[in-house]
Design a protein around this ligand. Structure first.
Ligand code: SF4
Length: 256
């Protein structure tokens, strides 16, 4: 893999949930953790993967140079309006920090608003490498139980917490996102930990959402089976948001 090229699985136009305004979202390939509920299985492995869908074969993952990406992304500029721009999501875009920095520098020079969606299970230097060029960060909050984090997702909680603190200090952390699944992130214990965690960052709003099965066809296309979580009803999420609001946290339920 050429570390100066960004490996991307999808470039999605007209996105409304990936930061302010209307955005073009770039999904990068490869993640540092493996959440059982992941709805983007094609973004977990760093290697290009052959898939088969409806009898047609293709490859998840293509390398783009910064110049190629700039050319493609700027075609959408007229749609972004005053508030919108480009969002880098994944996978974990920070795992390709060098290649990401190359395209971010170009976009920043062109005054494009840049957002990043991240789970933050990466070395601090990866974050520091790209943070100067990013305007707006959406950070996941998943499980804050150290052993669950390690055994179920393969993530190091201390690394995550350290990155959150650095990000918060930078002033670029704008939103938390909590994927809710009864088995891991919506347990009584984790909810209590999340409450305490969010109370430390009360000026940052949180969006909560139920994990969904929309990725099932993508798992099938890779010859894999999707793990099925119990379904969480909307009222449980609304009640949880109400509980967070009683702690002074701005919380809302979203559907993604
Ligand atoms: S952090 Fe996101 S992309 Fe990575 S495994 Fe978890 S849900 Fe999937």
């Amino acid at each position: 893999m050429n570390r100066r090229s960004l490996v991307v699985t999808n470039i999605q136009r007209m996105c409304f949930h990936d930061g302010p305004g209307i955005r073009t979202t770039v999904f990068t390939k490869g993640c540092s953790v493996h959440c059982p509920w992941c709805s983007n299985p094609e973004n977990i492995s760093f290697e290009p993967e052959i898939y088969e869908k409806d009898g047609i074969q293709g490859i998840y993952g293509r390398e783009y140079t910064a110049a190629e990406l700039e050319y493609i992304l700027l075609k959408d500029r007229d749609f972004w309006g005053e508030d919108g721009g480009v969002t880098f999501s994944g996978g974990e875009a920070l795992m390709q920090a060098e290649a990401l920095a190359d395209i971010l520098i170009r976009l920043k020079e062109l005054r494009v608003h840049i957002a990043l969606e991240t789970a933050l299970f990466v070395q601090g230097e990866n974050l520091q490498r790209v943070l100067p060029y990013i305007d707006y960060v959406i950070a996941d909050v998943k499980t804050l139980e150290s052993h669950v984090c390690k055994e179920i997702m393969g993530g190091d909680l201390a690394t995550y917490l350290d990155n959150i603190q650095k990000l918060y200090t930078s002033g670029k952390l704008r939103l938390f996102r909590l994927p809710c699944c009864e088995e891991y992130t919506f347990t009584n214990n984790n909810r209590q930990l999340v409450n305490e965690f969010l109370c430390q960052y009360q000026d940052i709003p949180v969006q909560v959402f139920a994990i969904h099965k929309l990725g099932e066809k993508k798992y099938q296309s890779l010859g894999k089976t999707m793990w099925k979580a119990k379904e969480l009803d909307r009222q449980s999420l609304e009640d949880y948001c109400e509980e967070l609001r009683r702690h002074g946290i701005r919380a809302e339920v979203i559907q993604i």
